[in-house]
Design a protein around this ligand. Structure first.
Ligand SMILES: [Zn+2]
Length: 698
């Protein structure tokens, strides 16, 4: 019955759109310059039929693999699996990018319908016993197969997919694993939903103008608008959403109100009511622990980290401990400075967490006289793009040429062809930097097509960079903030990883690396953004063309170390908490408050600072995909600071260093162990000192 319904639904779609498979652009290779997606021909009704046909084709291809009369070999099993699913990949890539940057209700409905189909498709492959037996057979002969390093890695990845999915378990354990996975998927969604509701539930309402003391006009206006939206016209409403809460904590002179909003924030999911997350998260931690044990791992962290550069929980703890002491020392000093400011004001109280933002803001203004508004005129978007292209050109000799003859999906998008110094083609880069209602928040890199060259067929990458940067206003061009400049350099670094990759297999190319390694190519680019020499190249006043004055460059540098003790302590404490929850050796449900207190007391967190995420609203680890992974941001920063040091030891654009970074890191994707790649570039394992220096934590 269900099958019939599906088929007739597909027929209706075909009928409505009048599209036959021949007219569905996904059903054949794209007939466009550089085979970029033909955006003018792709219609929403093309996606689902292409997804379904793509899955069907891949299952047929897999059937052919498992029914092959030949004995399993690397070619007829692993490479055959790798080359399966071409159509599915084609539609999935385009849909994935556009649902992020050009979505609408129809696209979201397609995403909802496609998600369960895709997860079932995934299961159909991973639970295919015959397929697993063939892969295992190849895996068991791996030492005698004379595989290249990249081939060994590919084999390892496919084999691990199956093993980690429970392929080696007996039937009873398989059943339990499926139960655990199902329960976890429900609990993690529930955890996130509760936080969403908590974020919207609290409001600080006032009709008393005195309660607004200290707040900038823009913040007051926004609070009045929120009140109006919520049917409380004439009053002011503040919420737990960051754009409302953070400025309130930074500027409100009303200490009691700061305390009220702050306490509401840190008690989300912890009010012993219908939105309480304590039971849910302790159950999640216990189930993850049980699953790890079932699969033969000591803890959930061991299970997760096996695939990461860190490899083992001990290595993560080691790094966190190395950073913790100096960060805590600095935070204690910062707390003293803030306390002095309170004392100088003649106030008689001890610094509390809800005072930190307020006094830090005051101290910053007094010390550095630096506001973003003074800098913006020097960061016209086009100039910043010029800057990042110039840096890439000076490092790698590559060139960026705008192309106006290539299809694009929105008028704000620009398309560039990327070429080697000798003019040979590397790939295509789409840039899409302005916000719009159809785009999700934040900034990211994505691929319409990843690079590969299996069977000698060169597939060139088609990469996108997306952002939500300040738009042109009135007669002014887009003048972006320093934060946005860094973000642009960051995402461009991911783009270079996707563009300069030179791998045989799609599965391993470009940014297909572990989470604690993937931020190295992006974060290292940020280092060039504010180097005085680089700033002088691109940061020119949008009206006068005058280069940014030295005085501003100095201020920018000085202010960069402000409040780093707080920022690091807050972040590191959350990383410890994440690790503690996921190194439970037994599937036992814990008392959340006790567990959290013990975890934070153990490291000596000071009472003036609250961990960045308390357990009951730690979405990254209990709802998002960062369990035992919150450390990876700082792990990658150790790498990028140490890697950039190689340029500082020589020169900003040292050719030998740049070539080595390109050859050993950017070109290699996930074809080798990341530490091996790193050591080949740097000659040694990364040291933590450059990061300590960069963050002022020596
Ligand atoms: Zn990133």
């Amino acid at each position: 019955m269900k099958k019939i319904a599906l088929i007739s639904f597909a027929l209706v779609l075909l009928f409505l759109s009048g599209a036959t498979p021949q007219q569905n652009p996904f059903f054949s290779e794209f007939d466009t310059p550089f085979q970029v997606p033909p955006f003018d021909q792709i219609k929403e009704e093309h996606y689902l039929p292409a997804f379904k046909e793509g899955m069907k084709q891949q299952l047929q291809e897999i059937e052919a693999i498992v029914n092959s009369p030949e004995l399993p070999t690397f070619e007829n099993t692993i490479e055959a699996l790798e080359s399966s699913g071409t159509l599915l990949r084609r539609v999935d890539n385009v849909f994935g990018v556009l649902n992020g940057s050009m979505t609408n209700e129809k696209m979201q409905a397609i995403a909802k319908e496609a998600a369960p189909l895709q997860s079932k498709h995934q299961d159909d492959i991973l639970l295919n016993e015959k397929l697993y037996q063939r892969i295992k057979s190849v895996y068991n002969q791996k030492d005698s197969l004379k595989l290249t390093g990249e081939q060994s890695m590919l084999l390892e990845k496919y084999y691990k997919d199956f093993v980690r999915g429970g392929a080696n378990l007996d039937q009873e354990k398989k059943t339990r694993l499926r139960e655990i996975n199902k329960e976890l998927s429900i609990l993690t969604v529930k955890f996130g939903e509760n936080i969403l509701k908590e974020n919207n539930r609290f409001e600080l309402v006032t009709e008393n103008e005195e309660d607004l003391a200290g707040l900038p006009q823009a913040v007051i206006t926004a609070a009045a608008e929120t009140a109006k939206e919520r049917g409380q016209e004439g009053k002011w409403v503040f919420t737990l959403h960051k754009p409302s809460m953070i400025p309130f904590l930074q500027f409100s002179e009303k200490r009691d109100l700061r305390e009220k909003i702050f306490k509401a924030y840190i008690n989300r999911g912890n009010n012993n009511d219908d939105l309480d997350n304590k039971k849910i998260l302790s159950k999640i931690a216990a189930l993850r622990s049980e699953r790890a044990n079932l699969l033969g791992y000591k803890t959930h962290s061991d299970f997760v980290l096996e695939l990461n550069m860190a490899k083992k929980p001990e290595n993560v703890y080691k790094l966190l401990n190395q950073l913790w002491e100096p960060a805590l020392k600095r935070a204690k000093k910062e707390a003293q400075d803030l306390q002095s400011m309170i004392d100088e004001e003649g106030k008689d109280f001890k610094l509390k967490p809800w005072d930190w933002w307020y006094y830090a803001e005051k101290l910053k203004k007094a010390k550095y006289e630096l506001e973003d508004e003074i800098l913006r005129p020097y960061f016209k978007l086009e100039n910043v793009i010029d800057g990042v292209f110039t840096v890439a050109n000076r490092l790698y000799g590559i060139q960026f040429t705008e192309r106006t003859d290539i299809p694009k999906y929105h008028q704000d998008v620009k398309v560039f062809e990327v070429k080697e110094a000798d003019g040979s083609h590397i790939g295509i880069l789409y840039t899409d930097y302005f916000p719009r209602a159809s785009k999700r928040g934040g900034a990211w890199m994505n691929s319409f097509r990843k690079q590969s060259k299996m069977g000698g067929k060169n597939i060139y990458p088609v990469i996108t960079n997306n952002g939500n940067f300040s738009k042109p206003t009135g007669d002014k061009p887009a003048l972006i903030s320093t934060e946005e400049v860094l973000t642009l350099f960051h995402e461009f670094g991911h783009a270079l990883h996707g563009l300069l990759t030179n791998c045989t297999y799609n599965r391993l190319s470009g940014t297909s690396v572990s989470r604690d390694f993937v931020e190295l190519p992006s974060q290292i680019m940020e280092n060039w953004a504010f180097e005085p020499k680089v700033l002088k190249m691109y940061a020119k006043h949008y009206e006068t063309g005058e280069a940014i004055p030295q005085e501003l460059i100095d201020k920018l540098k000085n202010a960069s170390l402000f409040n780093q003790g707080f920022a690091n302590v807050e972040y590191l404490a959350a990383s410890f908490l994440d690790m503690d929850w996921h190194t439970l050796t037994e599937p036992k449900e814990m008392d959340v408050d006790t567990f959290e207190n013990e975890s934070l007391n153990k490291i000596g967190l000071i009472p003036e600072i609250i961990v960045r995420y308390r357990s009951t609203y730690f979405n990254h680890i209990f709802s998002g995909g960062y369990s035992s992974g919150y450390y990876s941001y700082i792990w990658a920063e150790v790498l990028d600071a140490d890697a950039f040091e190689a340029f500082k030891e020589t020169s900003l654009f040292d050719q030998q260093t740049a070539q080595s970074f390109r050859k050993n890191i950017l070109a290699k994707g996930g074809t080798e162990d990341p530490m091996t790649l790193y050591k080949r570039f740097r000659g040694a394992e990364p040291k933590v000192e450059p990061l300590l220096k960069k963050r002022g934590l020596e």
